[in-house]
Design a protein around this ligand. Structure first.
Ligand code: AMP
Ligand code: ZN
Length: 118
């Protein structure tokens, strides 16, 4: 059994502010929110990142993307939200258990303004 932090959160072994759970997925608020609403959707099955996904994860990935707007609406994000998946060191990933960030609750800057070009 994996001792990865998000595996442990999805098993209820570590505390989290859970907002959703079913047999495949778990969603919880980010501990360091970057917007008024900031939660993550993760698969219960461990996969390091999007780069490790194969056809085997196709249904799970689709399920996450369909769940995102449903949970965003439940969290009050009526005007929209941002989804974000960081992949690998080059993508700024810090926790190596696939997760989809969902952020909103304030006007978010255009993507082009997020990257500081050297
Ligand atoms: P990433 O850079 O995409 O890997 O993002 C990892 C995210 O996990 C960060 O936004 C962290 O704030 C968040 N995080 C780390 N540990 C926890 C935790 N125990 N509970 C909730 N969120 C966490
Ligand atoms: Zn894990």
């Amino acid at each position: 059994m994996s001792d990865c932090i998000f595996c442990r959160i999805s098993r209820g072994e570590l505390p989290s502010k859970r907002i959703y759970e079913d047999e495949d997925l778990f969603a919880f608020h980010d501990i360091h929110p970057l917007a008024p609403v900031h939660f993550m959707i993760i698969p219960k099955q461990h996969v390091d990142s999007l780069a490790q996904c194969t056809d085997e994860q196709q249904a799970m990935l689709g399920k996450i993307l369909l769940l995102a707007p449903q949970l965003a609406a439940e969290q009050g994000l009526a005007t929209g939200f941002r989804t974000l998946i960081n992949t690998g060191s080059g993508g700024g990933q810090e926790v190596y258990h696939l997760h989809v960030h969902v952020l909103g609750g304030q006007p978010l800057p255009a993507v082009k303004s997020l990257i500081n070009k050297p």
